[in-house]
Design a protein around this ligand. Structure first.
Ligand code: SAM
Length: 232
């Protein structure tokens, strides 16, 4: 994945990166997509106003997986992205898989205008919606419930939010077939508390088939497919 104004490989901790970012619109080239994603980034909206490293690994994997699936990946499926930030992952997946039923990119209220701008920049208004989804809050919007797929890129970074993040995964997986694609970058030892908590309710399967896996695990990133444990 190439970004015109940024170099993903150079990203350090969020605190460092926050100072690096100036608001701009750039072109994000993703191998496997016929056209770049136009992306407005602006950290004045919040920490998600910048693309984070895990976007690269989840997108490259999904491009590869779609090829493996003879281009049937996510066909007719409803997808919700949580903590979407700029919305890059959801937007790129909607471009990659135009035969999905619906994509809803979600985040807190402060990210809405950036996500809406990015939907418009990519002419994806018909397929992609932006909605507020605050982790830990009761989810009532019907378009967020019973999704086939949940996408979560770089959402494990704030220890205080681990319990509400797990609650949100639980609320979004009322449908037992829902699959969560979770891209994670290790930052702190405390991250293990998220996994301890989440593993009480969910099965985590690390994606081993990804041709890029070796490369990104060296940088502390991992990709999981997560499903709710069956009720006993
Ligand atoms: C590290 S950023 C990742 C953004 C994007 N997924 C990416 O990979 O570039 C984490 C995102 O989670 C969102 N977030 C943090 N706490 C949240 C909460 N309590 N409810 C909803 N979203 C939250 C932030 O606004 C931010 O957009």
């Amino acid at each position: 994945m190439n970004t015109k104004n940024t170099d993903l490989a150079e990203y350090g901790d969020f605190e460092q990166r926050e100072q690096e970012v100036t608001a701009h619109i750039g072109k994000i080239e993703i191998k496997g997509l016929t056209e770049p994603i136009l992306l407005s980034q602006d950290l004045s909206s919040g920490c998600g106003g910048k693309i984070w490293e895990c976007t690269q690994i989840i997108l490259e994997y999904l491009v590869w997986k779609r090829e493996q699936s003879q281009h049937t990946l996510f066909k007719d499926q409803t997808i919700v992205e949580i903590g979407a930030g700029t919305g890059l992952v959801g937007l790129a997946v909607a471009k990659l898989c135009p035969d999905i039923k619906q994509m809803v990119i979600t985040d807190q209220i402060n990210m809405m205008s950036l996500m809406q701008e990015n939907i418009k920049l990519n002419l994806l208004d018909a397929l992609v919606k932006a909605k507020v989804l605050n982790w830990g809050e009761k989810i009532e919007q019907p378009e967020l419930l019973n999704a086939d797929v949940i996408l979560a890129s770089d959402c494990i970074y704030h220890e205080e939010a681990f319990p509400i993040l797990v609650d949100t995964f639980l609320s979004l997986t009322t449908n037992e077939k829902t699959v969560i694609y979770l891209a994670y970058r290790k930052r702190r030892n405390a991250d293990k508390r998220f996994f301890q908590l989440a593993k009480k309710k969910f099965e985590f399967v690390e994606v081993m088939e990804d041709p890029k896996r070796e490369e990104y695990t060296r940088q502390g990133m991992r990709l999981f497919i997560v499903k709710k444990k069956a009720m006993k």
